[in-house]
Design a protein around this ligand. Structure first.
Ligand SMILES: Nc1ncnc2c1ncn2[C@@H]1O[C@H](COP(=O)(O)OP(=O)(O)OP(=O)(O)O)[C@@H](O)[C@H]1O
Ligand SMILES: [Mg+2]
Length: 301
């Protein structure tokens, strides 16, 4: 028969083992019960003195970490998609509303007045051009997102830009345009897409410079590692707080000014996607009332 002392000792040992095992288990289970989609940042207690429990908690914590990241990414993607659809609808609605308005006026009798008819047709033509460009840009973005097989070819960027010179000079009007290519710029690029980037950056420089005092410089350089192409203007510049967002879809640094030109804010987003697909980078530097410079940097192959 066990003595009372032995029984007491056995009880204390047993209850202490029980405490060590059950209390951490109880705390952990309680915590797990409270974790749900809204509290994925919660973590289970570790270092509770029970190796197996602590290991289990650590594994669950790692899983929670991954779940939390995936959940956050999905929420952000949904928000981005919502914003994209809202922005695209807004941009599509504006020219459509305008065309609709003109048609209403014409149907109410203005079509019998040749002057009014001509003005309305001209405006509707302008709006339909804007719609067409917007839809083309949206389609191009969708194509770039799907990472299509990318056809690159070896060419000289300086020659490619000089081939575009008549088109660029036409866009520039009376602005001064300077081309500076001290040495040939060989590169492996998709010619059509690269031309689109040059056109986007050059059109922006034109839109944001004075029609007669504007100066636009196209400067190409190459070193042993990379090629750099800068399109620099002496326009009104961009406030610093906008610079980080310029390459976002539909972003306009100055909505009222851009309205006058009817741009949707997609040109830079498209350019950035194209340059990214080439493994390069595009950066911007700007100073208010001094000018803006966009630099494309491509790795040499
Ligand atoms: N050279 C520049 N000088 C001053 N602001 C610029 C210049 N380039 C771009 N921006 C600003 O960045 C914004 C985004 O340019 P982006 O080319 O993406 O769109 P957009 O020119 O407004 O429209 P889109 O190119 O789709 O016709 C412009 O609305 C403008 O506010
Ligand atoms: Mg643009």
């Amino acid at each position: 028969m066990l003595s009372l002392t032995a029984m007491t000792i056995a009880f204390f040992v047993f209850s202490s083992v029980l405490k060590q095992t059950l209390i951490p288990l109880f705390t952990t289970t309680k915590k797990v019960e409270h974790i749900n989609a809204g509290s994925l940042h919660d973590r289970l207690p570790v270092n509770q003195g029970q190796i197996e429990m602590d290991r289990l908690s650590l594994s669950i914590n790692e899983m929670l970490e991954r779940l939390e990241k995936a959940f956050k990414a999905e929420t952000e993607a949904k928000e981005q998609m919502r914003r994209f659809v809202a922005d695209a609808s807004h941009e599509l609605r504006t020219p459509l509303t305008s065309i609709h308005g003109f048609l209403e006026v014409l149907l109410r009798g203005a079509s019998s007045n040749p002057e009014q008819l001509n003005a309305a047709l001209k405006s509707m033509y302008g709006e339909s051009k804007r719609l067409r460009k917007l839809i083309q840009d949206l389609l191009l973005l969708a194509q770039l997102d799907q990472l299509p097989p990318f056809r690159k070819e070896c060419c000289f960027v300086d020659e490619l830009i000089l081939d575009m010179k008549p088109q660029l000079m036409l866009l520039a009007g009376n602005r001064k345009v300077l081309f500076d290519f001290p040495s040939p710029l060989p590169s492996d690029i998709n010619k059509d897409q690269f031309k689109q980037v040059v056109l986007n950056l050059f059109s922006n420089a034109v839109q944001h410079t004075n029609p007669t005092r504007g100066v636009i410089q196209v400067i190409g350089k190459v070193n042993e590692k990379e090629l750099s192409l800068t399109i620099q203007d002496n326009g009104h510049g961009i406030p610093q707080e906008h610079l980080a967002h310029l390459f976002e879809r539909f972003y306009k640094a100055d909505a009222s000014r851009s309205r006058a030109y009817g741009g949707a804010g997609l040109g830079l987003a498209i350019s950035a996607s194209i340059i990214e697909l080439h493994g390069g980078k595009i950066r911007v530097k700007s100073k208010l009332n001094v000018g803006t410079a966009f630099e494309i940097v491509l790795p040499l192959t």
